[in-house]
Design a protein around this ligand. Structure first.
Ligand SMILES: NC(=O)c1ccc[n+]([C@@H]2O[C@H](COP(=O)([O-])OP(=O)(O)OC[C@H]3O[C@@H](n4cnc5c(N)ncnc54)[C@H](OP(=O)(O)O)[C@@H]3O)[C@@H](O)[C@H]2O)c1
Length: 329
């Protein structure tokens, strides 16, 4: 029987999510890839339990995660029921809807019809009565913002989610939705955006908008889906996201210029006694970066390596300058 590490909360520097009472670990675990039916259950389970044992208290999901869609929520539900049932209240569990989930116009985008049904399905797959956070996964310009907001309001008022969040909304769309939510007495807890050394759009207006409204920022793909790790320094390994048939990380992303940047960044990481993944995560958490990050992991070893970033997050001014000059190449 699984016995959690009794010291799991001792060393984790929890961060407050904007203007709220919610404290989560600066590095959370996301189950987008590597947790579907096409992956070994025992490895999925061990990775989730490794996170819990390390004090990671936030697990991020979405209706469409895993292959087939929905299977990551089922895997998580199984781990929760079998190993973590006694610890549900220690976990901050999020899910989302906004991308295509089932056939027809009611299985996609931002209608009330879709969001309400999707969350009900997610709860069933995970065996939960509520999630801690429900996100609208992407903006939908064709649905009136009032309708999407109404759906989020209903979800919170019915207690199916404790908090609500937005993902992939740009600064202007975020401003509009935060205003609409505020008119209903609702606060958006977290905005989830792509953010890494190779994806810095959020540094424009978005981070400022979120800070102004007390909304936390949580970055997805902070390792650029594995590029910002030691994985691709010597070619494309067989067991890698880039080598999968239907991959979200195209081989074209690994240009000779990119590889030379990765090698230079790796040298900066080595000089700090860190792995490249650890440097990339420390950088994404620096002042001016995101409040927290969501990493993916293929196995417990990757997650342990990534969490090691928290042992040394501070970057000197010289290191920051050296990183900027590599990224400017
Ligand atoms: N809201 C959204 O639209 C959205 C979009 C994308 C992601 N997300 C969320 O963000 C989470 C993370 O996204 P992501 O998986 O793209 O993040 P990521 O952390 O940038 O990439 C994870 C991948 O990097 C590799 N990796 C991780 N740690 C490593 C380490 N220490 N050393 C070497 N390689 C390492 C693994 O690749 P291999 O599998 O190749 O080994 C792993 O699958 C998702 O699970 C999801 O929860 C949200």
């Amino acid at each position: 029987m699984y016995q959690p590490n009794p010291d799991r909360y001792r060393d984790m520097p929890y961060v407050r999510m904007g203007a709220s009472g919610v404290l989560i670990a600066p590095i959370a675990l996301g189950l987008w890839q590597n947790f579907g039916e096409d992956y070994r259950y025992d490895v999925c389970r061990d990775t989730i339990l490794t996170a819990f044992d390390a004090g990671v208290n936030h697990i991020d999901l979405a209706n469409n995660y895993g292959n087939p869609s929905g299977s990551a929520e089922r895997t998580f539900g199984r781990v929760l029921a079998n190993e973590l049932a006694a610890h549900r209240d220690e976990l901050f569990i999020s899910t989302k809807a906004g991308y295509a989930m089932w056939p027809g116009p009611f299985g996609d985008r931002g209608s009330k019809k879709y969001l309400i049904a999707s969350l009900d399905q997610s709860l069933k797959r995970m065996g939960l009565t509520y999630v801690d956070l429900f996100y609208h996964h992407r903006p939908d310009d064709d649905t009136p913002i009032e309708e999407t907001a109404e759906a989020l309001e209903q979800i919170v008022r019915q207690g199916k989610a404790l908090y609500i969040g937005l993902s992939n909304y740009n600064a202007a769309q975020t401003h509009q939705m935060l205003t609409e939510l505020a008119s209903r007495g609702l606060h958006c807890l977290i905005h989830q955006m792509r953010y890494s050394m190779f994806a810095r759009e959020a540094e424009g207006a978005l981070f400022g908008e979120l800070r102004a409204h007390g909304v936390a920022s949580i970055a997805f793909s902070p390792l650029a889906q594995g590029l910002l790790t030691n994985k691709y320094l010597d070619g494309v390994p067989t067991e890698s996201r880039m080598n999968e048939k239907t991959t979200s990380l195209k081989p074209e992303a690994l240009t000779p210029e990119r590889l030379s940047q990765l090698q230079a960044l790796n040298r900066i990481a080595q000089a700090r006694g860190q792995s490249l993944a650890q440097l990339a995560l420390a950088w994404a958490l620096r002042i001016g970066g995101a409040d927290a990050l969501i990493v993916g992991a293929r196995n417990p070893e990757q997650l342990i390596d990534s969490l090691g970033a928290l042992r040394q997050v501070r970057l000197s001014a010289d290191e920051l300058t050296a990183i900027e000059s590599v990224l400017a190449r």
